[in-house]
Design a binder for this molecule. Structure first.
Ligand SMILES: NC(=O)C1=CN([C@@H]2O[C@H](COP(=O)(O)OP(=O)(O)OC[C@H]3O[C@@H](n4cnc5c(N)ncnc54)[C@H](OP(=O)(O)O)[C@@H]3O)[C@@H](O)[C@H]2O)C=CC1
Ligand SMILES: CCCCCCCCCCCCCCCC(=O)[C@@H](N)CO
Length: 349
């Protein structure tokens, strides 16, 4: 043994017999890291058990309420493109030529008034096209205005159309879906169903209500292999939005500009994909993504990735949100001051 060899083995012996504990923190760190890696791997291994099997749209029967205009129409077209048979539901008679979409069945009914009527039209369409594989609750309407300026009747009518108008069709299809142990239900809420904003005192609650319905229903329906999706679109370029803009207060307009206006085809693509995959949450755009992670609360999780992303990003997004909230408050205050100043100026004249 040379002198150098002898020296290095002496050092190793010394480390091993006397100071091996110096390595203890590193060993512990390694063990913890290994555990974390193993845990995440395990989660990914069991993820197929959590994620539902995708629905095949080809040949499926899809009912779209509010399918004659805007987002509903785009959803119907997207499902049709993927090979589904479509039943369109709206109040006004839907003229096939006007709707450049080859729907198989058009039904004219008010989804929010009489449950008996809704049940009977669903029965009719099931007799013609077979059991409903996917129901899209998109019939709805919006209204914006200052709380004290909104007619009292409006609070009731929005709740009726947006909330009950989603309960009734769902109630009418659910028994058959449970028997068949399959199905998809989509509710179209709104970003205004995740946050309450100036001008939406009548609209937001009707969209928040859908979340309570969706969460409760999902818990009941999961063992029956029925998956619920709740979609939260941003402002979308539709006849409905144009109508809403006629009464929109300046504050609401300025705040909503944060997440811009999306095209209905884009919204349709995203939400249909999520519903097919059985994702509970469906959001559109980067703001939509942040809002959903931030407001996930106790809503069901449909993939491990989604859960991990929520855990990691929540604190960060809350920080971002505080800045948004601050800017919204300052918009509201600025508008109030400007209004008062112009009122005072009018008086002086
Ligand atoms: N556009 C937007 O910015 C956003 C919209 N949303 C939501 O998406 C949904 C669709 O909005 P959008 O496309 O803009 O709306 P549109 O006004 O363009 O279309 C609404 C559709 O719903 C139908 N409808 C309305 N009331 C009833 C009823 N009582 N019974 C049956 N059908 C009804 C309408 O047909 P008919 O009048 O013939 O009954 C029409 O087909 C709404 O729930 C809305 O709240 C969510 C986020 C953003
Ligand atoms: C991390 C936090 C991010 C926060 C982002 C906040 C963005 C707020 C924008 C809200 C827009 C409201 C759209 C309502 C659309 C609607 O339902 C009506 N137009 C229906 O016609």
């Amino acid at each position: 043994m040379s002198y150098e060899e002898g020296l290095s083995s002496t050092i190793t012996d010394w480390l091993f017999f006397n100071s091996w504990w110096l390595l203890l923190p590193f060993i512990m760190l390694l063990v913890v890291a290994a555990f974390i890696v193993a845990f995440v791997l395990l989660l990914y291994m069991i993820s197929p058990l959590i994620s539902p099997k995708p629905l095949k749209l080809n040949g499926a029967h899809v009912v779209v309420t509010g399918g004659s205009s805007g987002i509903g129409k785009s959803i119907a077209m997207e499902c049709y493109r993927q090979g589904a048979f479509i039943t369109l539901v709206a109040r006004d008679e839907v003229s096939r030529n006007k709707q450049n979409i080859n729907v198989v069945l058009c039904i004219s009914v008010d989804v929010s008034k009489d449950y008996g009527q809704v049940e009977s039209v669903i029965k009719q369409c099931q007799e013609k096209l077979g059991p409903v594989d996917m129901l899209v609750n998109c019939a709805g309407t919006s209204f914006s205005g200052k709380f004290e300026e909104v007619e009292v009747e409006r609070f009731r009518s929005l709740m009726e159309v947006n909330y009950l108008g989603s309960v009734y069709p769902t109630r009418a299809v659910i028994t058959t879906m449970k028997e068949r142990r399959m199905g998809r239900i989509m509710f179209v809420s709104s970003q205004a169903g995740q946050i309450g904003l100036f001008g939406y005192t009548a609209y937001s609650p009707s969209k928040f209500a859908l979340r309570g319905l969706a969460e409760s229903l999902q818990m009941e329906m999961k063992p029956y292999n029925i998956y619920v999706t709740i979609a939260y679109p941003p402002d979308t370029d539709t006849p409905g939005l144009a109508e809403e803009n006629r009464t929109k207060p300046l504050e609401t307009r300025l705040i909503s500009e944060t997440s811009g206006v999306t095209q209905p085809e884009q919204v349709a693509k995203t939400v249909v994909k999520d519903a097919v995959q059985g994702n509970f949450n469906s959001s559109v755009g980067p703001d939509g993504y942040m809002l959903s992670a931030l407001t996930c609360g106790m809503s069901p999780v449909t993939s491990i990735t989604e859960g991990l992303q929520q855990i990691v990003t929540m604190g960060l997004f809350r920080t971002v949100a505080l800045f948004y909230l601050g800017s919204f408050d300052s918009i509201v205050r600025r508008c109030m001051i400007e209004r008062e100043q112009s009122k005072a100026a009018d008086k002086r004249e």
